[in-house]
Every structure is written in C-alpha cells, then in structure tokens.
Design a protein around this ligand. Sequence first.
Ligand code: KG4
Ligand code: ZN
Length: 362
Amino acid sequence: MTLILGIESSCDETAASIVKDGRVVLSNIVASQHELHERYRGVVPEIASRAHLENILPVIQQSLHDANLTLNDINAIAVGNRPGLIGSLIVGVSAAKALAWSSNKPLIDIDHVQAHLYAASLVESNDQLTSQPEPQFPALGLVVSGGHTTLYQMNSPLEIQPIGRTIDDAIGEAYDKAAVILKLGYPGGPLIDKIAAQGDPTAYDLPRSMLKPGSLDFSFSGLKTALLYAVRGKPVGKGKNAIFKRDVEDLSNQQIVDLAASFQAAAIDAVIRKLKRAVNAIRSQTPELAPKSLVIGGGVSANSHLRERVKDFAKRYQLHLDIPAFAFTQDNAAMIAGLAHIHYHNNSFADLSLPAIATSKN
Ligand code: KG4
Ligand code: ZN
C-alpha cells in the first residue's frame, strides 16, 4: 500500500489530501479563500499568499487527522509546483520541502493541469474502484478551469500534448466575468450554473466562436462582449467616453436568468463543437491516436449543463467518459496526491531545490 500526502496552493484554495494507491481518497481538505477575494471580484495575489501561509499547516494537519494517520505512515509528499500564482505556489512548495526533509520522505513535483486530468480517476471509497474504471488511452483530454481551456491528446496520464487552447479568456474566467456583468457575485461559475436552470437558453442568440475552419482553439472574449451589449445596449461614444444606455438594474429577473442561460448555452456549445471537431479530425487524420476515452477536469467540469452535454457527446461518439466526482472538480490536493502515485512508482522524485513555476509544462 502506498500513501501519498498531496499539497495544493496554486491559486486561492489551500488544500491537502491523503490518497491510497493513487486512487482512494482518504481525506480531502480544502480551505477556500473565496470570501477574502469576493469584494475584489477576482483573486488578489498578495491576499492569497498571506492566507495560504496561515492555512497551510492546519490544513495538512487536518488531512492527516481525517485519514487517521501520522506523517510517519506517509510514503511520499507531493506538491503542485506549477502553474499558478507564484506567491501562492511558493507557500505550498516550501511547506512540502520542509516536511519531506524533516521526515526524510521523497518529494514529488506535480503539474496542476495534468493533475486536473487525473481527478476523474479518484474515488471516495474502495468499493467504487471497480464501478469507476480508469481512462483508456489514447484519450482526448479537456481541462476547463479558471486559468485553462485546453484540449489534449493523451497517451497516458503523464504524456499529454496540447492540440487546442483558448486564445483569450479561459472558460471559467468568462463565467466569472459574465457574473460580474450580471452583478451576481464571485466566483461566477456556480452562480450562473444555478440561475441558468430557471432561464430560457434560446432567449438571446449569443455567439459560439469557432475561429478558423479546422481550428481546435477556443475564444470566449467575443461571447463576454456580446453578453455585455445584450445587458447594456451598444455603447454611445468610444473608449473612455463610451456611455451605456442601460444596466442590469433595468432588467427583470426573468431577463437576467434568460441571459445567464443563453450565455451558458453558448459557452458550453462552443466546447462541444470543438470536441466534435477534435474527435473527427483525429479519427480521420491519425486513426492510430483515435481516442477511446474523453477525460475532463477543472473547475468548470462541475457545471451541470457541461456534464449533461459531454455525457450525450461521449455516448454518441462511443467514448468512455471520465469526469471527476463533484468534490474533485475544483482545485484540490487529492488530484495532486493521486497523480504522484505514478511518479512514485517510476522513482521520479524532486530534490529540495524544487522551484515554483508560474507556467505549465503543457
Ligand atoms: O479548477 P479551478 O478550481 O481553478 C483553476 O485552476 O482555475 O476552477 C475555478 C473556475 C472558476 O472560474 C469558477 O467560476 C469555475 O471554475 N466554476 C464553474 C462552476 N464551478 C466552478 N463554472 C461553471 N459552472 C460551475 N458549476
Ligand atoms: Zn485548477
């Protein structure tokens, strides 16, 4: 049996988790900082770093406590060291190094984006191991989060090649900005998801950006601007002198929920269309890489409409669907500890000079 302690602090969640044999999550502690960042309607890096510093050791202690374990029982310490906010990453990486050194355990460095693609393999108890099989490779990977909207050709959990990515906003960022436009609060994704259920997704015809024919890239900034104009009307004047004629306060509740539903339909539809394009292109151009599974991860994989649409898509295209349980969609350390299991068995360890890096390997 291998027990790995995972640590995650790349953005505004301080998290620690213990995972057994790469799949069974024994504890999963996430201290969210949403309340601290809410009034700024986005993550303030310095506030995030300070909060990580206060939370990191209590969160790690709690993860051991919840799993009924001590540090002695752990085989290795894994940490997400890239990509993310540098000041946030430094806190988790420093804690992981200090623990690894003082307890004489191996240290494993994990890429946060790769870890999101591993989250679908995690289960909450031993008996779910058989009912939730692992992805089959080759697979098509999709990370949809606040920082990423990327499609991957996956040959294994560690061999991933980006084949399409957003050229402007990430989809989660677009949700968060849409929630600002609709004055709903922060983070916007879950709030839009919730109210969209009461709205008419066909009420407003918002754009689904497909970019050039054949492109597997995404673009969400046009959708955000279209939503802004749908709410406020086109501005009169240009640049700093632009004046909008209306604002959210002038709309009815029904109009607001219809706008949320129409935004969500357009955002998710754009993703599904790109998935279709990707599968068709790979099947016809490189059949040896034709995906057997569709592997999804990242905060937006919690979205109810996305979950419904990808389920239909996978069925129609005869792909095995690997999408995380709700608890593992958002930033968490279980995905870090889970993926680290593969590195552990490959004897692929980091040394104590491990850096924190703002960008992803992929
Ligand atoms: O993966 P994550 O926790 O952090 C990053 O690595 O970015 O993703 C956070 C993003 C936020 O933009 C949040 O609004 C979005 O995921 N999100 C959702 C939902 N839950 C979280 N977006 C749409 N629908 C949801 N239910
Ligand atoms: Zn993330």
